[in-house]
Design a protein around this ligand. Sequence first.
Ligand code: BTN
Length: 323
Amino acid sequence: MESTRKQLIELLSEQQGHISGQALSQSLDISRTAVWKHMKELERDGYEIEAVQRKGYKIVSFPNKVSENTLQWGLNTDWLGHNLHHYAEVASTQEVVHQLAKQGKPHGTVVIADQQVQGKGRMSRNWDSPKGKGIWMSILLRPELLPYQAPQLTLLTATVLAEVIADQSSITPYIKWPNDLLVHHKKVSGILTEMQAEQDQIQYVVLGIGINVNQDTADIPEGLQHKATSLRIESQQEWSIQQTIQRILRQFERTYDQFIQNGFSEVKPKWEEYGYKIGEKVTISTMKKSWQATLVGIEPDGALLARDEMGNVEKLYSAEIHW
Ligand code: BTN
């Protein structure tokens, strides 16, 4: 955020009562006209400002609106989202981040859109991204990891999303391997990790997060209603998209930093805590066979561990699971 504006919001927020235009102009070393212009901009961003003659200005309420400013205000991160781009509409935030990555934008760049008209899901599926109803966000990472470790970032992200959702509501989310978030057996969120890499080095990762937040049932395409849901439908409350994004970014940064420092060992038990049907029996099919197994957990490389009826544990990288 432009720093004068940030300081202005800080000054206004510290104050219980009003603060005069004169005091603001002195503290910020800008003219009173400039102060007034900033106030108008804040109002355009949804801040409710009370201006009283001879007393000055006061913030009455903060906006519950998604914009670069409102997202960055109060975003308590060290590096994630300091370079943040918000768009009303894009084809896909993934594509925008790929372009930014090629322009050399830094690790931690975040792109958020109110709407995606060509949202991408895994396996070339479409991702329905209606306007203002969800979190459609992609993060640019330049991790010093080997390409085989990239799936760990997806698993890590799923645990972050599960934790943020569980912390903010009475909802219990589950992570369906590898990375779908389910609530009451329906999908509420998906993660798409795309990577540009050489044989032994990751150039960059684009981590795409889609969360159905404030859709009503009628907002979910009819053909998906049996398997997709939203946080609002499940919690019967409206969610603040802006605050939820901020919480995700904060929690992601914390978890990511720990992961880079200590490895995957701290992420694994958290993933397993939220893992869907961990400890339960499912039917697994591969090209060769179909069998009953109990899901045991995950491996650091992202493989799913399943124990068959003879007690043999198998590592699965791709299989059809009949949940
Ligand atoms: C899936 O479950 O299939 C993954 C869905 C990922 C959707 C997100 S929304 C933000 C980002 N931009 C996209 O086009 N896709 C990802």
